[in-house]
Design a protein around this ligand. Structure first.
Ligand code: 3NM
Ligand code: MG
Length: 510
């Protein structure tokens, strides 16, 4: 019978984590909480102590009918008759360990690349540990931090094998559901997560394990969509747009903007004009209250400061935990190393329902993962329409969200469907804040219409870009200056028409 890898406990004997407690007591408590496999990992004690500790641990794990694996030390495993071993890339090779161990011994291998995963699979390992998921103080000499995107590439490479898979590194209660959800490749998912400090270092290891079991059983709140979208044709989607706009006006959603100061006033006015309720708050701690209004959060890193990222992460967590939509506008993502780091931290630190950016920004987000990707990161300096459409689709597929790549033509994808939107007016490019406002508007529509995020964002863009066309066509609009007030008026006019059930503004326009 294959091992249940779902909640894989890895022990640690360092004082920082064990805090003077007896390892066997901690492990037994974790087993009571529902841990399904235990790996004894000891990088400090002498062989004699390791054999003695492993033997005691084995008495405990046997009581719970859970396999005990020994990290690295095949000799210790043999001495106490453990169920198997876990081997790192610098440990004894699989083939040598296989020769020494009993026929039915479980052998797991640490991997951090496609090549290592393929080799372990070909060798016949029972499972692979895939890591490092997130940087972790528990093990600082890890090879590379690969995140969910890198893990997904590895899972995809071994999709035809039944080999077991667990992710390791920095996994805790607040990210475990997202790790399982966003790592999933179309044909292979993780079988479980391996945890050190969040269980061994917990004040109550049993409660911690129980909490993990509960979280692992359920998808994250943001993935619990009541009526998943159908594969609608563009035509069918367009027919639904007016009613989605009406719905947004009726819902009057709150949109919480963590946005740059340059555009803040303009964007707040845009949100008001379409019938939403904007709050501009860069203060992360405020999100725990604001998220209760069930609106959307926008992260726009246009005027990033040394405090921004930690504030963003607090707010994202609050909205993610509640399952409320989060939009990410990675303004200037590639411009400086500070911004490139911010992209990496934010992508690792939370879930975004929508990522919205221009070509350069979306390419930076795409390339932020450590594992080599197919696609554009080594491609030409500018992409043609087809390549942009594929980039939007591939990023949405990888992150399991929606991506909007903006430009003269906008490309919108949920990983399956890709829609090109040709509406808009050149004046939009002559006024600051018009791009940023799309993030805010998208948030409003995502908050109001949950069941099809692509349709929600599409409705927002069309309302916005058709309003821009209407404004530019006004006789009194002579340039970007007079365009701005006319544009706000036209957004308001569409909102009023929509509220009255008048869809004539939309006919034949998209
Ligand atoms: N191996 P925590 S990361 C033991 O990347 C180990 O292979 C890793 O500890 C790898 O759950 C790691 O406390 C430590 O973050 C994971
Ligand atoms: Mg090792």
């Amino acid at each position: 019978m294959p091992v249940d890898l779902s909640l894989y406990l890895v022990t640690d004997s360092t004082p920082a984590i064990l805090k003077g407690r007896d390892l066997c007591t901690v492990v037994e408590s974790a087993l009571q909480g529902g841990v399904t496999v235990v790996q004894y990992r000891d990088k400090t004690n002498d062989t004699g102590v390791q054999v003695e500790t492993a033997r005691k641990l084995h008495q405990v794990t046997k009581k719970y009918n859970v396999p005990l694996l020994i990290n690295d030390r095949v000799d210790v495993a043999l001495a106490i008759g453990a169920e198997g071993v876990h081997l790192g890339q610098d440990d004894m090779s699989f083939t040598e360990a296989k020769k020494l161990l009993p026929e039915n011994a479980i052998i797991g291998i640490s991997t951090s690349s496609v090549e290592e995963a393929r080799k372990a699979t070909a060798d016949g390992a029972d499972y692979i540990g895939i890591g490092t998921m997130f940087a972790t103080p528990t093990k600082t000499n890890t090879k590379s931090v690969i995140g969910t995107a890198g893990t997904q590439v590895i899972l995809d490479a071994i999709k035809d094998s039944p080999i077991g898979t667990v992710s390791i590194g920095g996994i805790n209660h607040s990210n475990v559901q997202r790790v399982l959800y966003q790592s999933q490749s179309p044909k292979k998912a993780l079988d479980g997560v391996a945890i050190v400090s969040a269980i061994v270092g917990a004040d109550d290891p049993k409660a911690s394990a129980e909490h993990f079991v509960e979280l692992i059983r359920n998808p994250p709140r943001f993935a619990q969509i009541a009526n998943p979208p159908r594969a609608n044709e563009a035509e069918a989607l367009l027919n639904e747009v007016p009613q989605i706009i009406r719905k947004m006006v009726e819902v009057h959603p709150l949109v919480h903007n963590m946005i740059n100061f340059v555009v803040s006033n303009f964007v707040a006015n845009v949100a008001l004009s379409i019938g939403a309720s904007p709050i501009m708050s860069p203060y992360g701690d405020e999100a725990t209250d604001l998220c209760k209004f069930d609106g959307a959060l926008l992260i726009n890193m246009g005027t990033l400061t040394s405090e921004s990222v930690s504030n963003y992460l607090k707010a994202i967590k609050a909205y993610n935990d509640r399952g409320n939509p989060v939009v990410y506008d990675p303004v200037g993502a590639a411009a400086t190393h500070i911004r490139r780091n911010a992209v990496t931290q934010l992508m690792a630190g939370g879930y975004f329902d929508l990522i919205k950016g221009n070509e350069g920004e979306i390419r930076q987000v795409w390339g932020s993962s450590a594992v080599q990707q197919r696609g554009v990161d080594s491609g030409p300096s500018t992409l043609d329409g087809n390549q942009k459409a594929m980039l939007a689709r591939d990023l949405a597929r990888r992150e399991r969200n929606v991506v909007l790549l903006t430009g003269a033509t906008d490309y919108l994808s949920d990983g399956e469907r890709v829609i090109a939107v040709e509406n808009g007016h050149p004046y939009l490019g002559q006024v600051t804040g018009t791009g940023c406002a799309i993030g805010t508007i998208s948030g409003c529509f995502l908050a109001a219409h949950r069941s099809d995020r692509l349709l929600a964002v599409l409705s927002g863009i069309l309302m916005y870009e058709i309003a821009a066309e209407n404004a530019a066509a006004k006789e009194y609009v002579r340039g970007p200056g007079s365009f701005v007030p006319a544009f706000v008026d036209e957004l308001y006019a569409i909102r009023t028409a929509a509220a009255n059930g008048d869809d004539s503004w939309f006919a034949g326009r998209a």
